[in-house]
Design a protein around this ligand. Structure first.
Ligand code: ZN
Ligand code: ZN
Length: 75
């Protein structure tokens, strides 16, 4: 039996689903992130595409990554 800290979201301290998690590119925290917007899983961060390198990166809410709300697109 192991109690690995990586099983916890480091943003909200709730249990992680390994299939829906990401590492923050800024602070390295593991946090909740789902790719499937059909799933009702909380996001504790956001992902974005770097215009220069076209690399996908993740940012937790603590580093300014706002969860994307379906249907609301701020201009
Ligand atoms: Zn979380
Ligand atoms: Zn972070």
């Amino acid at each position: 039996m192991t109690t690995d800290a990586s099983d916890m979201c480091e943003v909200c301290s709730e249990a992680m689903d390994p299939d829906h998690s990401a590492f923050c590119s800024s602070c390295g925290r593991t946090f909740h992130l789902t790719w499937d917007t059909r799933l009702e899983i909380k996001d504790c961060g956001a992902f974005a595409l770097d215009d220069q390198t076209l690399a996908l990166y993740f940012t937790c809410v603590l580093c300014g990554g706002a969860p994307q709300e379906a249907g609301e697109q701020p201009s």
